[in-house]
Design a protein around this ligand. Structure first.
Ligand code: FE2
Ligand code: FE2
Length: 194
């Protein structure tokens, strides 16, 4: 069974313009997203310590995301940008998480698949940024980043496939991918990852 885990819509030019017009705000939000991605990988371990098969990969992912946080922070410091003192609620993430089952095995699967969806959208957006931004260093940085995030999109699905039936996983992923497009379209474009 081969199912594409490609994102189902292209991010809008409005979003891209919002980012390009206020890159410092985008960096602030991006740094926060990397920090939260690292924390999310660790929270899987905290919630599911008995899923020993995936613990090493979760640790590795947490480290990679933390390294991204450090790298984005370095870019910010070089530009004289501070971390945001107040973080706006990430409506996109909250709406996606709200789709997950309320408990048990199903929630575990849903959270893994939603992590994958979030990584896939991040990949698509960082790629767009890398192709648009003019600064050579930033271009290089976002290119490196989207290639790593593309890998993350796959590993969370692979983790789900260790524990759940292939059809169940891909049907659910398909549903999340479709819903993600609607959620994204409902959000006003801003200088942020989502
Ligand atoms: Fe990352
Ligand atoms: Fe990632």
């Amino acid at each position: 069974m081969k199912v594409s885990i490609e994102i189902r819509s292209k991010s809008s030019q409005e979003w891209l313009s919002a980012v390009m017009n206020d890159f410092d705000s985008f960096l602030q939000d991006h740094a926060d997203c990397e920090r939260k991605a690292s924390a999310m990988a660790l929270s899987f371990i905290a919630k599911y310590p008995m899923r020993t098969e995936i613990v090493p990969e979760l640790i590795e992912t947490a480290l990679e995301e933390l390294e991204h946080f450090q790298q984005v922070y370095d870019v910010m410091r070089a530009r004289g940008v501070e971390l945001a003192s107040e973080i706006e609620k990430d409506v996109y993430i909250n709406k996606l998480i709200a789709l997950s089952a309320s408990g048990g095995e199903k929630r575990f699967m849903d959270r893994l698949l939603l992590a994958s969806v979030i990584e896939c959208r991040g990949t698509e957006r960082f790629k767009m940024v890398s192709e648009t931004v003019e600064d050579t260093e930033l271009k290089k940085f976002y290119k490196m980043l989207w290639t790593v995030e593309a890998k993350h999109g796959n590993i969370f699905v692979a983790m789900a496939l260790r524990y759940f039936d292939e059809k169940e996983v891909y049907d659910r992923l398909d549903y999340f991918m479709e819903e993600e497009v609607k959620i994204l379209a409902s959000i006003k474009p801003r200088a942020a990852v989502h």
